[in-house]
Write a protein that binds this ligand. Structure first.
Ligand code: ADP
Ligand code: F6P
Length: 465
């Protein structure tokens, strides 16, 4: 069999410092299997014709270019001003414009036509994330009958929020064109099934699959992970002193894209409250927050940047000493080796998302720790990672006082308890790593769906209830 894996995502990975969960995970999987990754690239040849092949092995990269108008209306518009806030429970930030929806549909049609020319009969197509939800529907219209899987890297929206979306009824229909719908957590699966249950067009079959018109889909959770081994090794490597001789130890660390879903203002406030509650004789840790700007041009991202700059100034003004700055707020990317090293040095890792698909930083922080003297992960109960990493110090990021107490607890935690919690979290990180995530997804897409097709052909499956 000459099967090839074709991954489609909005972005093609660039450079050596990937800064998004999706890119970090898939890079390794494709590097191991060969195959092909299709995505946008700012310098790809033209914005209408065929894909441009870029880069070298270990896998093929096919690039398309987005026009300025597509960037504004499809990427910043529908993807990041409608779907992103909606899935992250911020309906107040949703901006509805007909041009956004039109561009989103048009980009999906355009890329589907390009893929249809590229795809071979044995290929498996794996579509990533919310930018390309209608892609399978468009491919089917063009006669593509290959297996198509979809993975949503961000939270599945709650039913009540879905109705805010323009043409909300097409959301379920577009998803139903995929053979397999992969989600991060069991809670996401529950929300997805609730959507189908609420839709009179969907029928639940006795084996749990969903029949929607002539389509049959499975919905399953596949918690995404990191290349745990590589990150553990990276963190163990000696690096020249990253602080140039002026180590601020002990410190807490936060590493996030500067996104309103990451709960950064809540984190900064909790850190301020924690500092205010310290006794005069206590050591004063600082917070190193690395947060490169993202999705510039969307007002909500400009607002959150300003809010954080204001908060940093306020907290630093209130607590700073001549030789100590409470919050170091760094607005740029850091290379992976340095990041791993910083994670290992930090006494406490802060992940305080208000909503988050998985959060790979939580997994990276754990993988980077020194088993003999591990730091403590403070983890939002609203990050997908919290579903399995139950021995992290879980917090409700809306509760600032409680979060401040958790930070205090993390800094004071005895070694034995730190090691116990670390070992539990590390087991989760290793068990749900990037490779097993992809293999599990692809195995279900390949094998169980064959059985499902057969059962349907032989009319073994019946509607449930
Ligand atoms: P998201 O996909 O929403 O950005 P994740 O936490 O799942 O969030 O993944 C973020 C990935 O990007 C992690 O691998 C993280 O190390 C990386 N990353 C985030 N911020 C930075 C940064 N400032 N510098 C380098 N890498 C970063
Ligand atoms: O993990 C969610 C996600 O949207 C990924 O799809 C993406 O790689 C990452 O966040 C970064 O977002 P963007 O590609 O918009 O910079």
């Amino acid at each position: 069999m000459n099967e090839r894996l074709i991954v489609v995502s909005n972005r093609l990975p660039m450079g050596d410092t990937p800064s998004g969960g999706l890119v970090v995970s898939l890079h390794d999987v494709l590097a191991a299997s060969g195959g092909c990754w299709i995505g946008s690239h700012p310098e790809a040849g033209d914005d209408h014709g065929a894909f441009e092949r870029i880069g070298e092995e270990p896998y093929q990269r096919l690039a398309f270019r987005l026009t300025q108008s597509e960037m504004e209306n499809y990427y910043l518009g529908y993807a990041n001003s409608v779907l992103w806030p909606l899935c992250h429970r911020r309906p107040d930030l949703v901006k509805i414009r007909p041009a956004f929806r039109e561009a989103y549909e048009a980009v999906n049609r355009r890329i589907a036509a390009m893929i249809a020319r590229e795809v071979g009969p044995e290929d498996i197509i794996w579509v990533q994330d919310y930018h390309f939800i209608p892609l399978a529907r468009e491919l089917r219209k063009l006669g593509v009958t290959n297996r198509i899987g979809f993975f949503l890297h961000i939270p599945f929206p709650v039913l009540a929020d879905l109705s805010i979306m323009p043409q909300a009824e097409t959301f379920a229909e577009c998803l139903a064109h995929y053979n397999l719908i992969g989600l991060q957590t069991r809670e996401d699966v529950a929300r997805c099934l609730e959507m189908f249950r609420d839709d009179p067009r969907a029928e639940f079959m006795t084996d749990g699959s969903i029949k929607f018109g002539e389509h049959v889909s499975l919905v399953h959770s596949f918690p995404i992970g990191i290349d745990a081994k590589a990150f553990e090794d990276e963190a163990r490597r000696e690096l020249p002193d990253v602080f140039g001789g002026a180590s601020p130890a002990p410190f807490a660390i936060g590493v996030d894209r500067l996104d309103y879903s990451k709960g950064l203002p809540n984190r900064f406030r909790a850190f301020g409250t924690y500092l205010a509650d310290l006794r005069p004789e206590d050591t004063r840790p600082c917070l190193i927050q690395i947060a490169p700007p993202t999705r510039l041009g969307v007002q909500a991202y400009e607002d959150i940047t300003e809010e954080l700059q204001g908060l940093t100034g306020k907290i630093n003004g209130q607590f700073a000493e001549l030789d100590w700055t409470p919050i170091r707020f760094i607005n740029r990317s850091v290379e992976r080796a340095r990041l791993a090293h910083l994670f290992r040095m930090a006494r406490c890792g802060l992940v305080t998302s208000l909503a988050d698909g998985m959060n790979l930083v939580a997994k990276e922080y754990i993988a980077a720790q020194d088993p003999a003297d591990p730091g403590v992960l403070v983890l939002s109960q609203f990050a997908g990672a919290a579903e399995d990493m139950t021995e992290a110090l879980l917090v409700n990021p809306y509760d600032i006082e409680a979060m401040a107490h958790r930070i205090d607890e993390a800094f004071r935690m005895p070694l034995g308890e730190r090691q116990r919690r670390y070992r539990h979290c590390l087991e989760v990180v290793r068990k749900t790593d990037a490779t097993s995530w992809a293999h599990n997804f692809l195995n279900v897409l390949r094998s169980s769906l064959k059985a499902l097709d057969l059962a349907f052909q032989e009319r073994e499956l019946q509607p449930f209830g």
